[in-house]
Design a protein around this ligand. Structure first.
Ligand code: GLA
Length: 393
C-alpha cells in the first residue's frame, strides 16, 4: 500500500506539483446477496484491502487533466460545457461523476487527478465503483460540498448508470464509500438503511479465487436479468398491485402464480426471492456466531445463481465444486455479476495454506488453467490518506 501511495504521489508531483489531496478507495467482496440490489433487496458486502489511490487538486482552470498510472495513459478535456464520452473507457468513470455532480447543482472547477491501484480489473471486485467513489470523495473534499455518505453512493451509482451506461445496482458504490474495518455491511437497497456486522478474521479468512475469465456477456446478460425481474414484477402486479419490486414478493405467492409467469422469468424471480431471504437468515447466523450455517447459505446461493439465475460458468462452478470438498472451507460461491471473475471462499485459519495448495492444483488438473488467489482483509471505506497513514500503510 505504501508503495502504491508513493507511486501516485511521485507521479502527481512530477506532473502537477504539490498540495494535493490523497484518497484511498477500496474494492469490495460480497458475502451474500447477489443480484438482489436492483430488486430493492438486501446485500451483505464488505470493503477490502485492495484499493485505488488518487491524488487530486484543483488547477484554477476549466480543464480536467487525468493520468492513469497503471495504463500509462493521460486524458484532458474542457469541462465548462456538456461532457462527452472519452472514447478511452476509463476517463468516463471520472467524467460521469463530474456530470452527475453538475446535474445535482454542484459547481465543479477544473482539477488534476493521478490514480492507480491493485484491484484486479474485471474480477468482480468493483474497481469501477472504487474509482467513481474516490473521485467523488475527492471533489467533495476539494469543494467542501458536504454531500453525505448515502447521497454520495447514489451519485456514484448514477454516474455509472447514465454516463458509463452500465445499469448496476447501488451495492458496490455504497460499500466502497461506506465500508468499515472488520465489519460486513448489511444494506437494505430500498430504504438505504444499513447496519454493520462484526466480521472477525482471526479465525476465518476471505479468500478470492480468480478464474481470470472476463466476458463481454457479463454486461449484456446483466441487463437481460434486470429486464426479466421487471417482467416478473409486472406480471405479479396483476394479482397484487402493492408489489413494486421482487422485494415485496414471498415465495408462496410466487409459487401460487408459477403458471402465470414465463418459465424463465419464474426461475429468475424464484432465485431473487430466495436470495433475499438467505441474506436475512445469514445475518441472523452472524448474530448467533453460527458460521457453519452462514457457509451453507453461501453454497445455496451459488446453486441458485448456477441453476436458476444462470449467471455462473464452467470455471466458477469448477472452483466451487472443488472448494466444497476441501477441509476447512466454510462456504464458497461465485461473486458479483457472474460469467467470470472470482469465487469467494470462507476458509478456516488453520487450513488456509492447504486450501490454497489444493484449489490451485485441482483447478489446474480439471481445466488446465491456473487460478489466482487473493487473501483479503475487511477494511474501511473511501477516506483521506494523511501523512500518518502514509507512514504506516
Ligand atoms: C455487479 C453490480 C452490482 C450487483 C452485482 C450482483 O457487481 O455492479 O450492483 O448487482 O453485480 O449482485
Amino acid at each position: 500500500m505504501k508503495k502504491l501511495s508513493n507511486q501516485i504521489t511521485n507521479e502527481f508531483e512530477q506532473r502537477f506539483g504539490d498540495d494535493y489531496l490523497l484518497i484511498k478507495s477500496p474494492g469490495r467482496v460480497n458475502l451474500i446477496g447477489e443480484h438482489t440490489d436492483y430488486n430493492e433487496g438486501f446485500v451483505l458486502p464488505a470493503a477490502v484491502n485492495k484499493n485505488i489511490v488518487l491524488a487530486m487538486k484543483e488547477n484554477g482552470t476549466q480543464q480536467a487533466r487525468f493520468y492513469a498510472v497503471d495504463k500509462e495513459e493521460s486524458f484532458e478535456t474542457d469541462i465548462s460545457g456538456d461532457l462527452e464520452e472519452s472514447g478511452l473507457g476509463w476517463p468516463d468513470y471520472l467524467l460521469g461523476v463530474i456530470d452527475q455532480l453538475r446535474k445535482h447543482g454542484y459547481e465543479i472547477n477544473g482539477f488534476d487527478c493521478v490514480f492507480g491501484g491493485d484491484i484486479p480489473i474485471g474480477a468482480g471486485m468493483s474497481s469501477s465503483a472504487a474509482l467513481e467513489g474516490g473521485v467523488l470523495f475527492g471533489l467533495d473534499q476539494l469543494r467542501d460540498l458536504k454531500i453525505g455518505p448515502v447521497e454520495m453512493a447514489k451519485i456514484a451509482q448514477k454516474a455509472e448508470n447514465d454516463f458509463v451506461g452500465v445499469q448496476c445496482g447501488i451495492m458496490d458504490q455504497f460499500v466502497s464509500l461506506n465500508g468499515k474495518k472488520g465489519h460486513a455491511l448489511k444494506l437494505d437497497c430500498r430504504s438505504l438503511d444499513y447496519e454493520f456486522y462484526p466480521f472477525d478474521q482471526q479465525d476465518v479468512h476471505i479468500v478470492l479465487c480468480d478464474t481470470g475469465v472476463r466476458r463481454e456477456l457479463a454486461t449484456s446478460e446483466y441487463n437481460v436479468r434486470r429486464q426479466q425481474c421487471e417482467q416478473g414484477v409486472a406480471a405479479l402486479q396483476e394479482f397484487d398491485p402493492d408489489i413494486n419490486s421482487l422485494r415485496d414478493v414471498d415465495l408462496d405467492f410466487l409459487i401460487l402464480h408459477q403458471q402465470d409467469l414465463d418459465p424463465i422469468v419464474f426461475k429468475r424471480c424464484k432465485y431473487v426471492v430466495e436470495e433475499n431471504r438467505r441474506v436475512l437468515q445469514a445475518c441472523n447466523d452472524l448474530d448467533r456466531d453460527d458460521l457453519a450455517s452462514f457457509g451453507q447459505r453461501m453454497f445455496q446461493s451459488h446453486i441458485g445463481l448456477r441453476n436458476e439465475y444462470e449467471v455462473s460458468c464452467k470455471e466458477l462452478n469448477t472452483l466451487v465444486d472443488i472448494a466444497w470438498d476441501i477441509k476447512g472451507v466454510i462456504g464458497s460461491r461465485m461473486m458479483g455479476g457472474g460469467f467470470g471473475g472470482c469465487t469467494i471462499n470462507l476458509v478456516k485459519d488453520q487450513q488456509l495454506e492447504t486450501f490454497v495448495g489444493q484449489i490451485t492444483d485441482q483447478y489446474e488438473e480439471a481445466l488446465g488453467e491456473s487460478v489466482k488467489i487473493y487473501k483479503t482483509k475487511v477494511s474501511g471505506g473511501t477516506h483521506l490518506l494523511n501523512s500518518k497513514d502514509l507512514a504506516s500503510t
